[in-house]
Design a protein around this ligand. Structure first.
Ligand SMILES: [Zn+2]
Ligand SMILES: [Zn+2]
Ligand SMILES: [Zn+2]
Length: 357
């Protein structure tokens, strides 16, 4: 049955908000930062570290401010998977909702509209008993007999055979039935009541015990349960220019950028940007990384986005020394990989950064 889904065919957002990857065009997405702002952002960042000196941030020369914007592409594939599992319980009589009461509903024919989650939820699972799937089954533990052969006194029998009345020798009197005393007299062994033998403690020497699987009933009621799992599989790809290549990808995933496209379709195709060969190629690469979908699943819909995250690389110098840092995203987060020239942390303050030195 077709689910009435809210599927839009791919709509390409043509906002005119992109350019080529060199970062020389597209004024809107360009992070325009002047030297005063750059310095303020760095001083603020340094001020949050208790033992970083602010002198380099305040006094070193800003040598270069470079744009090295980063593109982040995502593809979310939302699927529905359906499987069946068989559940069982003891059958204690009563009517059975089997095939004679109506046809068993096929797993993909079940109407699950009331269970359907919001599109692109990470994961949801529902279970539903399949109508007319009940059957009575002979217990496999005892082949429908309700009993199994006693494992204690009939351990070495061929399958299906057993002996009744198997006894073991009494361990108190060693089979005599009598206990000998020092004065030469004998008394009857109380443990075996003088028999010298004891019945099997497991089955009382019946040779059979009640089947654990069916509790002696011999039959089980079984039915099928549909297990339905909705999930979103996500692919992410980052395209950083060489200037920003040393920044770990997760910094860009956290950062806020500007969306250049956000397409939703049954199955997304690469987005089309009339004036950017680079973005068309990048979009194709993201789509090509679509995860494979198991055969028990079907695709419901996909969403494809491409964003540009503004990244500015700043290099500061003082005579022959230098360091650089990045200003990333719409929120202008400062990212400095490791080196800052003025750190005074030698274990005398509570920040514990000296452990990493
Ligand atoms: Zn036994
Ligand atoms: Zn005894
Ligand atoms: Zn059984």
């Amino acid at each position: 049955m077709e689910q009435p889904l809210l599927i839009e065919q791919g709509i390409v957002y043509q906002g005119g908000y992109y350019g080529d990857a060199s970062g020389t065009t597209g004024d809107l997405r360009r992070q325009v930062l002047d030297e005063v702002e750059v310095r303020e952002l760095l001083i603020d960042h340094v001020g949050h570290r208790c033992c970083w000196g602010s002198r380099p941030a305040r006094t070193w020369k800003i040598h270069a401010i470079e744009d090295c914007n980063v593109y982040v592409g995502t593809l979310e594939t939302f699927t529905e998977e359906r499987d069946t599992v068989v559940e069982k319980e003891l059958y204690s009589g009563g009517s059975v909702e089997g095939k004679d009461k109506g046809p068993e509903t096929g797993i993909w024919e079940l109407d699950l509209r009331s269970e359907f989650p919001v599109l692109f939820v990470p994961y949801k699972e529902s279970r539903l008993r399949i109508p007319h799937s009940e059957t009575i089954e002979k217990c496999s533990g005892c082949d429908g007999q309700g009993n199994t052969v006693c494992p204690t006194c009939n351990a070495d029998q061929d399958p299906g055979f057993y002996k009744e009345g198997q006894m073991t020798q009494c361990t108190t009197c060693y089979g005599r039935g009598l206990i000998a005393h020092k004065d030469g007299s004998d008394t009857i062994c109380l443990h075996c009541k003088g028999n010298g033998k004891l019945p099997c403690a497991t089955c009382e020497s019946r040779g059979l015990i009640k089947c654990q699987t069916c509790q002696g009933v011999g039959s089980l009621l079984t039915w099928k349960v549909a297990v339905v799992r909705w999930r979103t599989r996500s692919t992410r790809k980052v395209n950083a220019t060489s200037g920003a290549a040393s920044v770990p990808d997760d910094v860009f995933h956290r950062a806020k950028g500007v969306q250049l496209c956000n397409n939703q379709a049954y199955q997304c195709t690469p987005a089309y940007f009339a004036d950017s060969y680079f973005l068309n190629k990048f979009s194709s690469e993201v789509i090509a990384e679509r995860p494979s979908i198991p055969t028990t699943a079907r695709m419901i819909c996909e969403r494809h986005t491409i964003s540009v995250v503004p990244v500015t690389r700043v290099t500061m110098t003082d005579r022959n020394r230098s360091f650089s840092f990045y200003i990333i995203g719409n929120d202008r987060e400062v990212y400095m990989k490791d080196y800052y020239p003025s750190r005074f942390c030698w274990g005398l303050c509570p920040c514990l950064e000296w452990l990493k030195l």
